[in-house]
Structures are given as structure tokens and as C-alpha cells.
Design a protein around this ligand. Structure first.
Ligand SMILES: Cc1ncc(COP(=O)(O)O)c(C=O)c1O
Length: 386
């Protein structure tokens, strides 16, 4: 049986050959530690990491490459921001569509550091009005954390409008771009944001285990590192260096991951964000169109393919979404994700808690014939259970 991968919101698959080749090239032909030696291979590794930093700074429109920090994931980056910035008594604003990568560390910190956490409740389609944020601001508001798009419904949040509201204020602004980097235009400077957390293994087409954080200068100065240790620089000093990116990058880097991410980002640039977005919007529109004709299907989130990523959550009346996911794989080779997708607040917002949803998400390698096969499979199952 042929298979169809419809879980690109979880991770990209299959990985482009260029990504695999770049990783193998590092492992076989370079192999050494960047910034830890003066010999050729170590310098080659350092050049590789610098090239990646420069590429990502250009990609996200960040002024200096040193403002890009490599981390293992967006989860790590968000933990770094929350744990490194927030002080007792701070007021923090988040949306009700946030992933547990924000919700869980914030829940712990709320108790440990006596934070005031305010959740902006999005509409049942996952959208947020910028005015809601304006009304929530207080004199002790220290940080706003928003996901650029929900990983449950795909709904995009008005992150640029919110950046305009916050411009010139002393409130820090953090964006989680896990679901949008590599599809949406993300301009760090136009967003007026202080922290832009990204992950390499989704829309950026890279391998798992590599992500990062772009920081404004003021954010870098006010944030403590999550991990301290060897940086290959200022080794005479027993305190963590303040210089960037070393302040936040201790220990041996995931250089194969960085090599793979570089190849992924180059592929995104060569293909073009507009073309990628158009392709995904066409797939989403075709999928939503097909779903509209199937009795018993309830689609969550906005139905406007221009206001969402290529992620669609649904339930089929009378069938548990876990069972539906199983039937799709066993009967038709279609891979999806069921349940709560690490985002319980989002399901409370859209009305699918605690049962969750079945999530389909499409990527650059997804095709219209695949969408047609998925629709046909859902029609068959819906007819069988009717
Ligand atoms: C919106 C959002 N934030 C954070 C994450 C966590 O990403 P990672 O596992 O790469 O850290 C995800 C992953 O699905 C996500 O969708």
C-alpha cells in the first residue's frame, strides 16, 4: 500500500536529499568541533556555523548574525525566554492557542515566581482581536508570548498588528514561529519583536534536534542563559561570557543539525516563500472543499485558507478521532495525528476538549492527488459508519 504523510505540522517528511547530504558531508568530511581548535577542520566547522547564522539572520531579517542563538528546539528557546527574563510579580500575557511549550513552563513559573499570567481567549475559530491585547496591558506587563499560528487549527494570529501596538514600549514581545517559519513571511524588525523562537524540523525542512532564538539587543542584555559552560571563548573567565552568541550557547553544538538546517533554509529560499504559501493554501482550500461534501464532518478553526497554515482539525460524528486516525492508516496508508496535540488550551478555545481532534497537515511535498485520496478515504469511512 502506498502511504500519504499528512502530519507536517509535527515534523517534515520526507527530508529533502540536500538536507541529508549536508549532514553526511559534515559528519564525513568536516567532523570537528567549531570554535574549539585552530586547525583546518575546526575552522571549517566554525565557518559552517557562521554561514548558518548569517543565512538565518538574512532569512528572518535580524540585524546581526550574532543575534541568532542555536538551541535544540523551539521548546528550549521558549523555556530560555520565560526562565531567563521573568521576575517575581511580572505580568505576562499569552493567547489561549499556545502550545504546552509555553503553557507548562509558564504554569510552573507562575507559582515559583509569583507571576500574574493573563490568557487572552481567542474566538472559537482561533482568531484573536488585537484590541484584546490593548485592553489587557498593565503597568507591570513584562512579556507577551504569542504563537504565530495554532498547531491545532492553523489559524494565524495578528502578530504584526500586535507588534505595532507594542512598538516603543518597554514590554518584551516573544513569538513562537514553530508552525510558520518556512511558510509565512517573518520579519523580525517589522514585527518589533524581542524574541523569535523557531524550530528547524518543520517548515524549514531541517532535521529534528535543531532550532533557535533570535533576540533583540535589549532582550539579550536582560535575559539569563538557561545553560552555562564552555563556549570556546574567554576560557580564562569563570563567569559565563556576556558576548553574543556565546552567552546563550554553551557546550558542543549540534553541527550536523545546523548543516542540515542550512540546507533546508536554502531550499526554502530557492523555492520562495510566496510559492510555498500559495502551494499550501491551494492544498488547504482543496481539502476544505472536499470536506464540505462529507456528512458528519466538523471542521474547526477558520475556513478561510488565507488566514491559516496548511493545518486542518476535524472530527467525524460517531467516531473517536484516535480510531479514525487508526482506520486511515490501516485501511488507506494515511498518516495523521489525533488527540490534543500538546495544546489543551486551544481545544478548550475551539470546543474540542477533552476529546481533541484529528489533525491533517500538509507540507511542500504534499500534492493535490494526495488530498483527493484523503477525501475519498474519509468519504468511504463516513459512508461505512452512516
Ligand atoms: C506552536 C508550537 N510551539 C512549539 C512546538 C514545539 O516544537 P519543538 O518540539 O520543535 O520544540 C510546536 C511543535 O509542534 C508547536 O506546534
Amino acid at each position: 500500500m502506498e502511504t500519504i504523510y499528512a502530519d507536517h505540522a509535527a515534523t517534515t517528511f520526507p527530508r529533502p536529499q540536500q538536507v541529508v547530504d549536508a549532514m553526511v558531508n559534515y559528519l564525513c568530511n568536516i567532523g570537528c568541533n567549531p570554535g574549539r581548535g585552530g586547525y583546518g577542520r575546526s575552522l571549517d566547522a566554525a565557518r559552517l556555523v557562521y554561514e548558518a547564522r548569517t543565512l538565518l539572520a538574512e532569512f528572518f531579517h535580524v540585524p546581526q548574525p550574532e543575534q541568532i542563538i542555536f538551541t535544540p528546539s523551539v521548546t528550549y528557546s521558549l523555556n530560555l525566554v520565560l526562565k531567563g527574563l521573568l521576575q517575581p510579580g511580572d505580568h505576562v500575557i499569552v493567547s489561549s492557542m499556545e502550545h504546552n511549550a509555553v503553557v507548562r513552563p509558564l504554569t510552573r513559573l507562575a507559582t515559583e515566581r509569583n507571576l500574574q499570567v493573563e490568557k487572552l481567549t481567542c474566538k472559537p475559530d482561533g482568531t484573536l482581536e488585537p484590541k484584546q491585547l490593548k485592553d489587557a496591558l498593565r503597568t507591570n506587563t513584562r512579556l507577551i508570548v504569542l504563537t504565530h499560528a495554532s498547531n491545532v487549527t492553523g489559524t494565524l494570529l495578528p502578530v504584526y498588528e500586535i507588534g505595532e501596538i507594542l512598538a516603543g514600549s518597554d514590554i518584551f514581545y516573544c513569538l513562537d514561529t514553530a508552525q510558520t517559519a518556512g511558510t509565512e513571511e517573518i520579519n523580525f524588525q517589522d514585527l518589533n519583536c524581542d524574541y523569535l523562537a523557531f524550530t528547524g524540523h518543520k517548515g524549514l525542512l531541517g532535521p529534528p534536534g535543531i532550532g533557535g532564538l533570535c533576540l533583540s539587543e535589549r532582550a539579550a542584555a536582560c535575559t539569563l542563559p538557561l545553560v552555562e559552560g564552555g563556549t570556546g571563548s574567554r576560557s580564562e573567565q569563570v563567569q559565563q561570557p556576556e558576548l553574543l552568541p556565546d552567552k546563550f550557547e554553551s557546550g558542543t553544538q549540534n553541527v550536523p543539525g545546523i548543516a542540515g538546517l542550512t540546507a533546508g533554509v536554502k531550499l526554502v529560499q530557492e523555492t520562495g516563500l510566496q510559492k510555498i504559501k500559495k502551494h499550501k493554501a491551494e492544498l488547504t482550500a482543496a481539502f476544505l472543499d472536499g470536506l464540505a461534501g462529507i456528512p458528519g464532518i466538523k471542521v474547526y478553526g477558520t475556513k478561510d485558507a488565507g488566514k491559516t497554515t496548511a493545518t486542518v482539525s476535524l472530527n467525524l460524528e460517531g467516531v473517536d478521532n484516535g480510531d479514525l486516525s487508526f482506520m486511515l492508516e490501516q485501511g488507506f496508508g494515511i498518516m495523521t495525528r489525533s488527540g490534543l496535540h500538546c495544546a489543551p488550551w486551544a481545544h478548550q478555545t475551539i470546543g474540542s476538549f477533552p476529546e481533541g481532534t484529528l489533525r491533517f497537515s500538509f507540507g511542500l511535498s504534499s500534492t493535490v492527488p494526495e488530498i483527493e485520496e484523503i477525501i475519498s478515504a474519509l468519504q468511504t469511512i463516513a459512508a461505512e459508519i452512516a
